[in-house]
Design a protein around this ligand. Structure first.
Ligand code: ADP
Length: 700
């Protein structure tokens, strides 16, 4: 062919075909195509030239695989996809250059070469690292189509490959899927149920968990809200409906809590959040929301509340108890200290401690509490050894110390005597936590005790002395009386002999004198006998021969002895005979002696014309014999004294009436000696009643 015939081929064909911007056009221009199976550009058929031109001009990554060796021609967009290892793929066999991935694209290539337009399929390309290491930093997605390139004869001479990148769409889809998965997961983790309610149709949907939470069956619902409301606690329905209605009206969202009642009647707490969706005109069309079972949280918080209230109350009670204890401690007159074991450091001490130990003076410092560890054995200057100190014994040996008296010297130098009690305080397992010490100031108590003791000793000594003196007196009297009786009897005896004329004739004058001597002798003898009697009683020498004595007989005997005396004084005697049955426990001799004494006193102290009475009375297990008179009586303040020996109310009277003042003393001693008593009731100038009380006889 001549140049003239084919001018377009001879004229630098590359510059025409590869003219234009871009790296690949430039490389194509510079490339030695003659060395490739395609041969010099000038010889390329028109179909190839058109295809190459289209590929280079395409904005999409495009490639041509030409001829049986699949010679590779590609544009700038494709060049960007090639890693550094394949940058020089231009004009080489793609099957060889991409030998490692050939398996992935060759089948498509073959199908296209066979004339088929292969449906677009998705392929990935690694995103190469900038450093040229060949490593990938990510993936790009492309939808690739393989189309046959036909030559002028209609034969397939190559394959045109066009790629459309889908990475962004891919990523968006992946992100969407990921987002949805996350959302599901969040809903799952939060244990949320979901529901929606079409406000226009009234129909809706609730998922499985959402339905379970409100005690419904899952699935489509004609009226989700109505169905939900049916399960709700009657007290919560009204407020809930009102708030939902307000929210639909106003738009926006709501966040509600309510209770639902399950078919098994159990009550659950539910939290529901929802949002109103509106159409473009702003009309509410949908309500979408979640619900969550918050029963456990509510129950737990209610319990926590309860526990808090309970612990609050406990704390208040404990506070009150502590304040009361402190008040009690502060007002106790006893010093109370609580010490720590084993240090002995004081944890608590009340004001009494400071007062008792003399630590409330301005001079006393806290350190002075150490004086609590100082104490002296009472009455000595010997200080306690560490181990002997009561608190130490309680703390270290667990000993209980009770009322141990110690002496202390206060910081101001005064000495006090204290009573110390101490006991260990143990924990639940028996270990020693500390010790309690009680201190009481017993200085005054001890002083009073000592004084009382001394006084008692003195009284004891005085009494012993008096008893000894009294005994000596009684013994003296006994001896004296006995010594006097013998010569007195002799006087009486000799006077009688003389009176009888045995010693010779006696004149009338002498007879009268002898009678006076005898009267005086009898009187003196009587006195001496009484003294002797009394001293016998006093010295405890009297023996009682107790028996059941008929009261009537004893009274009659005494009466017999007193009648002459009463007559002589012109008195009336009124003896009411005792009942026959009345027996008394008595020594008959001594009973008569008492009665004679009482009767003779009555006669002696009653003036002429008066009366003397005897009356017997038996009540319960005692017998009372009353001897009454209408005589001179006894002043009230002397009624007890007359029972003392030698006591007489009026000595002038007595002298005329004669007497020793011993009769009543002897009588009371005798009455008591027989287990009875002798008492008097008297009115001055009108009379006296003496009452002898004895145990009733005949019993047992
Ligand atoms: P005495 O009769 O020997 O003086 P008593 O011991 O029998 O001693 O009596 C003591 C005193 O009690 C009497 O001196 C008298 O003052 C008073 N007394 C006793 N009996 C009566 C009485 N019946 N009426 C008035 N005074 C009485």
């Amino acid at each position: 062919m001549s140049k003239v015939e084919r001018p377009e081929l001879a004229d630098e064909p590359e510059s025409v075909l590869f003219a234009g911007p871009g790296e690949m056009r430039a490389r194509c221009r510079a490339f030695d195509w003659a060395s490739t199976p395609l041969g010099a550009v000038a010889r390329w058929p028109q179909s190839l030239r058109t295809a190459v031109s289209l590929v280079l001009a395409s904005g999409f990554p495009s490639v041509l695989h030409v001829g049986p060796e699949a010679t590779f021609v590609y544009n700038d967009a494709w060049a960007e996809l090639l890693d550094s290892a394949h940058r020089d793929a231009l004009g080489h066999s793609s099957l060889e250059t991409f030998a490692e991935s050939r398996g992935a694209f060759e089948p498509y290539l073959r199908r296209a070469l066979a004339g088929e337009t292969v449906e677009p399929s998705e392929v990935t390309f690694p995103i190469a690292r900038e450093d040229g290491s060949g490593g990938a930093v990510g993936t790009r997605w492309f939808t690739v189509s393989y189309a046959p390139l036909r030559d002028e004869r209609g034969l397939v001479s190559g394959v045109v490959v066009t790629a459309v990148e889908t990475t962004a769409a891919r990523r968006a889809t992946a992100a969407l899927i990921e987002g949805e998965t996350r959302l599901r997961l969040a809903v799952d983790v939060a244990e949320l149920g979901t529901w929606e309610w079409d406000l226009v149709t009234g129909r809706g949907q609730i998922d499985q968990r959402g339905a379970r939470i409100v005690g419904l069956a899952p699935g489509p619902l004609d009226d989700v809200m109505r169905a939900q409301l049916e399960c709700i606690h009657p007290d919560d329905v009204g407020p809930l409906q009102a708030r939902i209605a307000a929210c639909i009206e106003r738009g926006g969202a709501f966040d509600l809590e309510y209770r639902v009642i399950y078919p098994d009647r159990s009550v659950h707490h539910v939290a529901s959040q929802a949002r109103v969706l509106t159409d473009s005109a702003g009309t509410p069309v949908k309500l979408v929301g979640t619900n969550r079972d918050i029963t456990t949280e509510r129950v737990a918080s209610a319990e926590r509340e309860q526990l808090l209230t309970a612990s609050e109350m406990e704390r208040a009670a404990a506070d009150l108890a502590r304040r009361r204890l402190e008040t009690v401690l502060e007002h106790l007159p006893v010093g109370v200290t609580l010490a720590e074991a084993p240090s002995g450091r004081l944890l608590v001490s009340n004001s009494a401690v400071r007062r008792i130990w003399g630590l409330d003076t301005p001079a006393a410092r806290v350190a002075d509490y150490n004086t609590l560890y100082v104490g002296f054995r009472p009455g000595t200057e010997r200080q306690y050894a560490n181990d002997e100190w009561p608190l130490a014994r309680a703390l270290t040996h667990g000993e209980i110390v009770t009322d141990e008296v110690i002496d202390i010297v206060r910081p101001d130098g005064t000495r006090r005597r204290l009573s110390i009690s101490a006991a260990p305080v143990r924990d639940a397992r028996g270990g020693t936590l500390g010790g309690v010490v009680l201190s009481i100031d017993v200085t005054e108590r001890e002083r009073l005790l000592a004084e009382t003791e001394a006084a008692r000793g003195a009284a004891e000594a005085a009494r012993a002395e008096a008893e000894a003196a009294s005994r000596a007196k009684s013994e003296f009297l006994a001896v004296m009386s006995h010594e006097l009786r013998t010569p007195l009897n002799a006087i009486g005896g000799y006077a009688e002999l003389m009176e009888m004329g045995i010693r010779g004739p006696v004149t009338v004058q002498q007879q009268e004198d002898l009678a006076r001597i005898q009267t005086s002798q009898r009187h003196l003898l009587g006195l001496i006998n009484e003294v002797l009697n009394y001293t016998k009683l006093e010295t405890g020498m009297v023996r009682y021969a107790m028996s059941d004595v008929r009261a009537r007989d004893a009274v009659a005997e005494a009466e017999g002895l007193i009648v002459p005396q009463a007559r002589a004084r012109g008195l009336g005697l009124a003896i009411v005979p005792c009942a026959d049955t009345i027996l008394v426990r008595a020594d008959p001799e001594k009973l008569r002696q008492v009665l004679v004494n009482l009767l003779s006193n009555a006669v002696k102290f009653t003036d002429a014309g008066g009366r003397v009475e005897v009356l017997c009375e038996s009540r319960d297990d005692v017998v009372r014999i009353h001897v009454s008179d209408t005589g001179i009586g006894i002043p009230p303040d002397r009624c007890e004294a007359i029972f003392e020996p030698f006591v007489q109310v009026r000595s002038d009277l007595t002298r005329t009436a004669e007497g020793t003042g011993l009769g009543l003393a002897i009588s009371r001693d005798l009455a008591r000696g027989m287990g009875g008593e002798l008492t008097v009731e008297s009115t001055l100038a009108s009379g006296s009643t003496f009452t002898l009380t004895l145990a009733r006889g005949g019993a047992g």
